[in-house]
Ligand binder design. Structure first.
Ligand SMILES: Nc1ncnc2c1ncn2[C@@H]1O[C@H](COP(=O)(O)OP(=O)(O)OP(=O)(O)O)[C@@H](O)[C@H]1O
Ligand SMILES: [Mg+2]
Length: 352
């Protein structure tokens, strides 16, 4: 079902993105070592890589670095190694995995779960074994969370890209600027500098795609939606497929147009504010800036002036610029020639 609200895994539930799927396919086929999938939240990065893995003739698994971080407050090499082995068990069975890693010390199995006792080497040893076995795709979803580790994953990636010709790494990131900061692909000092890679930037759906998505999704589940309702939903949700899906899902559950949009907005505000809470903890100014932009101030100086009025004091230019830059890195603001904008209408709504 196109309106299934979970990240998609099956092609028949996945609308379009044909170009992106083909780009992934070609990159893996050509043994490109590194592919980066970028895009703000809810544009379908996880779904894209899931569907790709499902359709691809090459074996592969997806690891969610964001989830690992929220579980352990860091993303250690052992946690990654464990995830990789458990993923492999799911796709090839435990016996094959035991065979694959035979001789690597410090790994034990408890049913279908894996325990890793030894520090260091294990992760690279496992990757070497995978490489010997044949072509393999390792997706690290929300890879900017790899920065929460004592290990230097960028060095490890550079090593893997040079040495493991059978493995393609696909890294996704919704906090686009943070992932770029971590990889520094264009910086001569970065271990990854000069390595070939393919970048895919997921964009919002166009108006036509959004309308078509809602139309096809409604037809699929047999609900009546009028053209006016479709236009209004697309107008309000602006090509963000995650929100279009939730609107459609609410309609599928039996809500009318107004209620479906209303419920979606209520839920979206809660989701967005909860996602934002970690930034708010770092500095309450992040939230104030978002509120100022959501209420229609967009230029550097207008936003700064409003923040100074709220706080009743002058703010250092450099500090202020850093706050804005960080909001851009996290994907909450986009910088254009006209100033700073919130790229997602429901994020804007949450701060209004
Ligand atoms: N091409 C698509 N066709 C149909 N539904 C989609 C498509 N892409 C994404 N979705 C739906 O949109 C929602 C968000 O998708 P997904 O979780 O894959 O996005 P994401 O970019 O990984 O988001 P996040 O940044 O929050 O991790 C899900 O409900 C998913 O089912
Ligand atoms: Mg995702």
């Amino acid at each position: 079902m196109l309106f299934n609200p979970r990240p998609k895994t099956r092609k028949d539930e996945f609308y379009d993105r044909e170009f992106e799927l083909m780009t992934l396919e070609r990159a893996v086929e050509k043994k490109v070592g590194l592919v980066i999938v970028l895009g703000i939240r809810r544009l379908g990065k996880s779904s894209l890589v899931n569907v790709f893995l499902n359709e691809s003739p090459y074996p592969g698994i997806r690891i969610d670095a964001r989830q690992l971080y929220f579980q352990h407050k860091s993303v250690s090499p052992n946690a990654l190694a464990k995830e990789i082995l458990e993923g492999l068990i799911r796709i090839s069975g435990i016996e094959k995995v035991k065979q694959l890693i035979s001789g690597i010390r410090g790994v034990s199995f408890m049913g279908l779960s894996v325990e890793i006792k030894r520090e260091h080497a294990t992760l690279t040893e496992i990757l070497e074994r995978i490489n010997e076995f044949g072509r393999f795709v390792l997706v690290i979803d929300e890879a900017q969370y790899l920065r929460f580790s004592k290990a230097s994953y960028v060095d490890m990636l550079a090593w893997a890209i040079d040495e493991l010709e059978n493995v393609t790494f696909i890294l996704t990131g919704s906090e686009v600027g943070l992932l770029e900061d971590l990889l520094r692909l264009h910086s001569p000092e970065s271990p990854l500098f000069g390595r070939p890679y393919v970048e895919i930037k997921l964009e919002r759906f166009s108006r036509e795609q959004s309308l078509d998505f809602l139309k096809k999704g409604s037809e699929e589940v047999g609900i009546e939606v009028t053209p006016d309702e479709l236009y209004e939903a697309v107008e309000e949700l602006d090509g963000i497929v995650g929100w279009l899906t939730l609107y459609g899902y609410n309609r599928f559950l039996g809500l009318g147009h107004r209620e479906a949009l209303g419920r979606l907005k209520e839920d979206a505000v809660k989701i967005v504010l909860s996602e934002f809470s970690k930034l708010k903890e770092i500095s309450p100014r992040y939230e104030l800036i978002m509120r100022i932009v959501a209420r229609g101030r967009h230029s550097w100086s207008e936003i700064k002036r409003s923040l100074e009025v709220i706080e009743g004091k002058k703010i250092d230019d450099r500090n202020f610029t850093n706050l804005l830059k960080n909001l851009v890195k996290y994907g909450y603001l986009e910088k254009t020639g006209e100033g700073y904008f919130i790229p997602d209408p429901l994020v804007e709504e949450a701060f209004r």
